[in-house]
Design a protein around this ligand. Structure first.
Ligand SMILES: [Mg+2]
Length: 373
C-alpha cells in the first residue's frame, strides 16, 4: 500500500422534499437528506463517502458537524492504517467519547463514511475502479433489485421499475395483515410467477407475528423475508423463526457490531446478509462481513437507501465479492441519488456493468463547491 495522508476534509448536507413520502413500518420520510464527505490528499486527489442519515431526517446536519469537528480531525495529516481498516481504527479512538455521549450510531455512521471515502481515494491513487482495487479478480457486472416499494401504489411502482430494467422486486410489509396481503398479491400478479419477489418488514413484528405472517406470506413465493424481527432480538428467537418458516431470512442494516454479524452467520440464521456501508463498518468492515457471508454459503446483498455516493460505493463492494448477491436500488425518486448516478448504474435485464473509471467513478465536486462547511 502506497501510504498517503489526508490533507483536507469537506462535508456537505443536502435535503430535498419529495412529493410522495417514503413509508416504512416504523416511520415516514417526507424529505430525502444526504451527508457527503470528501477527503483530499497532498496531490489534490479526492475521495468521496456518504454518511447514513435517513432517520430522523432532521439530524443530518448533526452528522456533518461530527464529521468536521470530531471525526475528521482524527484523519487529517496523520499516517492512516496501512491495511485501510479505517472504521475500526477510528472507532477505537472514539470509544470513550461514544460511551460518554451515547452517540454510537452517529459516530459509527460518520466513521463508515470516512472509511469509504479513504478507500475511494486510495483506489483513485492506484488508478483502479474501486471493485478492482478491492479484488483484482472481480468483474464489473452485478445484479440488482428494485427496493422501496410501499403499500400505496405497488403495481404502478413495480411497472415503472420493470420499465427501468429491473427483474427482481422487494415490497414493504408490516402495515397490518390486510394491507400486506393486498400488496403482495398485487406485486405477484404484476410481475408474474417467475420473477423474484422479496418482502421487508423493517423490524415490525414480534416472534409470534413473524411466525404467523411469515408463514402466510410464503404463498407468494418470497425469495427472502427481511427484518421480520428487531435486529437485537435474541439469537434463539431468530433460530425459532428460521426453523419455523420455509424462507431465507435477511438482515444486517441494523446490525452494528462485528461480533453480532459473526454470531448470526455462525449460527446459520440468515440466508442474506445486508450491512450498510454508510451506516456501519465502511468498506473495510463490509468487505470482511461479505467475505465471511460467502464463506458460510449465504448471500451478501448490500443494504442502501440514500444518495448517489453510497449507492455506487455499495455497487463496487458487491462487485468486489464476485458472488450471487443483489444490489438494493431504491426506486423512489431522490434527486440526490439520481442526478449523481445517471449513466453509472443503468439497469438492463436486472444487471449493471460498472464504470472502469478510477474509484467509484463519479466526482460530485459541484455539491461541495456550492456548500462546503
Ligand atoms: Mg430493509
Amino acid at each position: 500500500m502506497n501510504l498517503f495522508r489526508v490533507e483536507k476534509i469537506s462535508t456537505v448536507v443536502r435535503r430535498v422534499p419529495v412529493a410522495v413520502p417514503v413509508r416504512t413500518s416504523f416511520g415516514t420520510m417526507r424529505d430525502r437528506p444526504a451527508v457527503f464527505l470528501r477527503v483530499t490528499d497532498e496531490n489534490g486527489t479526492h475521495g468521496y463517502g456518504e454518511v447514513w442519515c435517513n432517520f430522523p431526517t432532521v439530524a443530518a446536519e448533526h452528522r456533518a458537524r461530527l464529521a468536521m469537528d470530531v471525526v475528521g480531525p482524527l484523519v487529517l495529516g496523520v499516517e492512516l492504517p496501512s491495511d485501510l481498516a479505517v472504521f475500526e481504527w477510528l472507532m477505537a479512538r472514539l470509544h470513550v467519547l461514544a460511551l460518554q455521549s451515547g452517540e454510537w450510531g452517529p459516530l459509527r455512521q460518520v466513521c463508515a463514511g470516512f472509511d469509504a471515502a479513504i478507500h475511494d481515494l486510495a483506489a483513485r491513487r492506484a488508478d483502479l475502479p474501486l471493485y478492482h482495487f478491492l479484488n483484482a479478480a472481480a468483474g464489473a457486472r452485478i445484479e440488482a433489485y428494485a427496493s422501496g416499494i410501499g403499500p400505496e401504489t405497488p403495481a404502478a411502482t413495480a411497472r415503472s421499475a420493470a420499465a427501468a430494467g429491473h427483474v427482481a422486486f422487494k415490497v414493504k410489509v408490516g402495515f397490518g395483515r390486510e394491507m400486506d396481503l393486498a400488496s403482495l398479491a398485487t406485486m405477484r400478479a404484476e410481475i408474474g410467477p417467475s420473477r423474484r419477489l422479496m418482502a421487508d418488514a423493517n423490524q415490525g413484528w414480534t416472534l409470534d407475528e413473524a411466525l404467523e405472517r411469515g408463514g402466510e406470506y410464503m404463498t407468494f413465493d418470497l425469495d427472502w423475508l427481511e427484518e421480520p424481527l428487531p435486529a437485537d432480538r435474541p439469537v434463539e428467537e431468530w433460530r425459532t423463526l428460521a426453523e419455523g418458516i420455509p424462507v431465507r431470512l435477511a438482515a444486517g442494516e441494523n446490525i452494528n457490531r462485528r461480533s453480532r454479524f459473526d454470531a448470526v452467520l455462525a449460527a446459520g440464521l440468515l440466508g442474506v446478509e445486508q450491512p450498510d456501508v454508510a451506516k456501519w463498518g465502511g468498506v473495510s468492515c463490509c468487505m470482511a462481513v461479505a467475505r465471511e457471508t460467502m464463506r458460510r454459503g449465504a448471500s451478501y446483498c448490500p443494504h442502501f437507501l440514500g444518495g448517489g455516493v453510497g449507492l455506487i460505493t455499495s455497487a463496487h463492494l458487491l462487485a468486489a465479492q464476485a458472488g450471487n448477491g443483489l444490489l438494493e436500488m431504491d426506486v423512489n425518486p431522490n434527486p440526490l441519488r439520481d442526478e449523481m448516478t445517471a449513466g453509472f448504474l443503468d439497469v438492463e435485464e436486472g444487471g449493471i456493468t460498472l464504470s472502469d473509471r478510477p474509484g467509484i467513478g463519479i466526482a460530485p465536486d459541484d455539491l461541495f463547491d456550492l456548500g462546503s462547511s
